[in-house]
Design a protein around this ligand. Structure first.
Ligand code: C5P
Length: 225
């Protein structure tokens, strides 16, 4: 079975407060989305890199993708939510049920080749699949209605989910069919009663969500991550 990437990039990025969807904001000399797509296309294990765009997207073709080669395949079938975009993309990709698919956020531009290879190496013989994640570093407080601390949550055993999230295409399609109100692919697979593996990554693979995140991403990308 083969390995493929699928990048949902059909969101608006409302929390960034820009007109331009965040995946197209300029970052270290190119649109944000180009960073993750170039990293994925350069990974020798991956056969295809599907990018799921909004049906009315006009910005993707404004950038020269020739250096990504034949691997890069745009699909204009984005949905209302991230889960819908991934489900639509899986259907349009026509992958074999046994093929592995690595779903990665367009908004995680600092993904390192080393973490990508680690994820694939640790999961290629796994029965379920899994995700890149980092153990929670901060102390966690539960808030009450007055925004005062109700209690301190033990952080032991808690991880922050990242992407890529790697599953067999058939299993993931089935999971998303049954469970669409999820914020990541692993949640849908968990809802089937399965336990995806946590593969340790680093905080550098963070998701650009707020304006101040752009500055940090720019610095990391300039340092070569
Ligand atoms: O908004 P958020 O940061 O959670 O988005 C995560 C990823 O999902 C982004 O790459 C975004 O473009 C994508 N997305 C999508 N379709 C949507 C919403 C988000 O492909 N309807």
């Amino acid at each position: 079975s083969e390995f493929h990437a699928l990048v949902p990039a059909a969101g608006f990025g409302a929390r960034m407060g820009h007109e331009l969807p965040k995946q197209y904001l300029p970052l270290a000399g190119k649109p944000m989305i180009a960073h993750a797509l170039e990293t994925l296309c350069a990974c020798p294990d991956l056969s295809t890199v599907f990018v799921v765009l909004a049906p009315d997207d006009t910005l993707f073709h404004g950038y020269d993708w020739s250096h990504c080669g034949e691997k890069l395949q745009p699909l204009y079938c984005g949905g209302e939510t991230r889960a819908e975009s991934v489900a639509n993309g899986l259907l349009a990709s026509e992958l074999e049920p046994d093929d592995w698919v690595l779903v990665h956020d367009a908004a995680r531009p600092c993904l390192m080749q080393a973490h990508l290879s680690k994820l694939i190496a640790e999961l290629r013989d796994d029965a379920v699949g899994g995700i890149l994640a980092v153990p929670v570093a901060d102390t966690l407080k539960r808030a009450d209605a007055q925004q005062r601390i109700a209690c301190t949550e033990p952080r032991e055993g808690l991880w922050q989910a990242q992407t890529p999230q790697m599953f067999r295409a058939g299993l993931l399609a089935q999971a998303l069919q049954q469970c669409r109100n999820v914020t990541d692919e692993a949640s849908a697979v968990e809802a089937l009663g399965l336990s995806p593996k946590l593969v340790a990554s680093e905080s550098t693979n963070f998701k650009v969500t707020y304006p101040q995140d752009l500055l940090l991403a720019e610095l990391l990308l300039q340092q070569g991550k």
